[in-house]
Design a protein around this ligand. Structure first.
Ligand code: NAD
Length: 333
């Protein structure tokens, strides 16, 4: 099938081209984000391939349909940026990559915990400047630390498995108990009790209406003093302004973020020559005990291979008229 791939990056193109050797699709790569202004670039293509910050609202989809597009292949799991009912109206199939590498995200979470605890970013800067002073680099043993995981699905479970190796005390909150976690000795607690108990808290639940700003002022007030908070899930799980207050008061001693609630305006682009106008984000960057990465937790070669393979296979199934297990079927009235 002829595919117009949007939001292209060199790494995306490398993996797509390599994996496509066994699928034989014709792929046109566009660096532009997909939106109503760029939808015309897909004219004559059977499918578009889109990523997390592409805009697939009704207007874009109407234009894609008019240009002959029959499939939207998302190279990610989330589909909050797609108007599924508009796609259904035009009989456009929407397919996605439901899971790529939960290990990648879990391992990045652990990297953030270790880097924050042992002040690795500060230590690297100091040593490069010939400063070998240890003051300000004091960490704590992870062994016997109380770690609370919110959301024990695929990623949360792997984080817990790794932390078991560090001999942490493991706690979790999830509306659904994962038996594998219970078997490894994880103790499920109500959310408020987890917040009061743990000195490291890591978020691994989806962003839905009920979880939007679940870490707000009230939740932060309940936490232990000097807590470490990690979010590699979705930015809006945390009320960033409340987290900043928590950092200023010292309640939050360490904050690790791979995601940010207004990240669409920032992440995945090189803005090094530009002025950051988001004052909340700029304030976060000023704290020495905050580590921000730009939504890179998924970014391993294993995950990119998996994303490319599943995406190209999804398109092939749609082209052959087969029922694709990764198709999203909306309930539209
Ligand atoms: P999953 O669906 O396997 O697990 C999510 C878990 O969250 C489930 O066990 C579910 O019961 C639980 N949950 C739902 N509502 C909850 C609530 N209100 N409170 C607590 N737990 C709740 O998902 P996953 O593959 O483990 O991914 C977790 C999250 O990681 C995703 O939602 C996504 O936002 C994020 N993610 C981030 C990256 C990245 O690069 N940073 C990459 C992939 C996924």
């Amino acid at each position: 099938m002829k595919i117009a791939l949007f939001s292209n990056k060199s790494y995306t193109q490398n993996f797509m081209q390599k994996l496509n050797e066994s699928y034989g699709h014709e792929i046109e790569f566009f660096e532009d984000r997909l939106n109503p202004e760029t939808a015309h670039l897909a004219e004559g293509c059977g499918a578009v391939c889109a990523f997390v910050n592409d805009e697939l609202g009704e207007e874009t989809i109407n234009k894609l349909a008019a240009g002959g597009v029959k499939a939207i292949a998302l190279r990610c799991a989330g589909y909050n940026n797609v108007d599924l009912c508009a796609a259904k109206k035009h009989d456009i199939k929407v397919v996605r990559v439901p899971a790529y590498s939960p290990n990648a995200v879990a391992e990045h979470t652990i990297a953030m915990i270790l880097a924050l605890n042992r002040n690795l970013c500060r230590a690297r800067t100091r040593v490069r400047e010939g400063n070998f002073e240890l003051k300000g680099l004091l960490g704590f043993d992870l062994s016997k630390s109380k770690v609370g995981i919110i959301g024990t699905g695929k990623i949360g479970e792997i984080v817990l498995k790794i932390l078991k190796g560090f001999e942490c005390e493991l706690y979790a909150y999830d509306p659904y108990i994962n038996e594998e976690c219970e078997k490894m000795g994880v103790k499920y607690l109500p959310l408020y009790e987890l917040l009061q108990t743990c000195n490291i808290i890591s978020l691994h639940c989806p962003l839905v209406k009920q979880t939007h700003h679940m870490i707000n002022k009230d939740a932060i007030d309940k936490m232990c003093d000097n807590v470490m908070l990690i979010n590699t899930s979705r930015g809006a799980l945390i009320d960033t302004k409340a987290a900043i207050e928590g950092l200023k008061s010292g309640k939050i001693r360490y904050l690790g973020l791979d995601v940010y609630e207004e990240e669409e305006e920032l992440f995945f682009e090189d803005l090094s020559d530009e002025i950051i106008t988001d004052d909340t984000f700029a304030r976060l960057l000023m704290f020495p005990n905050v580590l921000v990465t730009g939504h890179q937790a998924f970014f391993t070669k294993n995950a990119l291979e998996q994303i490319a393979d599943t995406t190209l296979s999804n398109v092939a199934m749609v082209e052959r008229g087969e029922q694709c297990p990764n198709q999203i079927c909306p309930k539209c009235v």
